[in-house]
Design a protein around this ligand. Sequence first.
Ligand code: SF4
Length: 220
Amino acid sequence: MPRRERADDRARRAAAIVARLAEAYPAAVCSLDFTSPFQLVIATILSAQCTDKRVNLVTPGLFRRWPTPETLAAAKQRDLEAVIRTTGFFRSKARSVLGCARALVERHGGEVPRTLDDLVRLPGVGRKTANVVLGTAFGIASGVVVDTHVGRISRRLGLTRATDAVRAERDLIRVLPQEHWITYSHRLIEHGRGICDARRPACESCPLAELCPRVGVKPA
Ligand code: SF4
């Protein structure tokens, strides 16, 4: 964060940033394909350390073969590993996916719960996945999803200094209006893919340029 910026000035700047993001990316949505909260939970577990594009190649086959929590809960670990292999870390992801499907069936009657507390108790589901599911599948603003794009750009924008996701989320929750918690992440992810690249941010064509102190960005 800019060292001498007062909290109310930062809040005003954050409000201007979210307004500018809304103009620049009015239609930004989660880039994982899903047709139900169940599918989104599983897709989000698979997206750890993997691109959404790759996950979207794998999930259609997975959900054709195991369309419900009940059928997935009965899958064999080895069969599931073969299907999700290309998403990386496939053994531990298969364990998480199976554990999650079984917990959904055993504890929640096959339904995805709608609270953060219940979601983070599911195997393979951390705070980030829970926020994704609550925000994207149910429209519940439980927190701010901080992935690599959101963390990096929020630091450049001076809205947090934290490099770990939990602390960064805490800072963002303080400064962002709650009605923007869900869309902020979707829009920043699109901004990170298109303009605020990790190595070469295109500051000269950035719609946030006047509002951004470019913390840690080396001049081109
Ligand atoms: S001005 Fe540069 S560093 Fe700031 S958000 Fe835009 S591209 Fe990223």
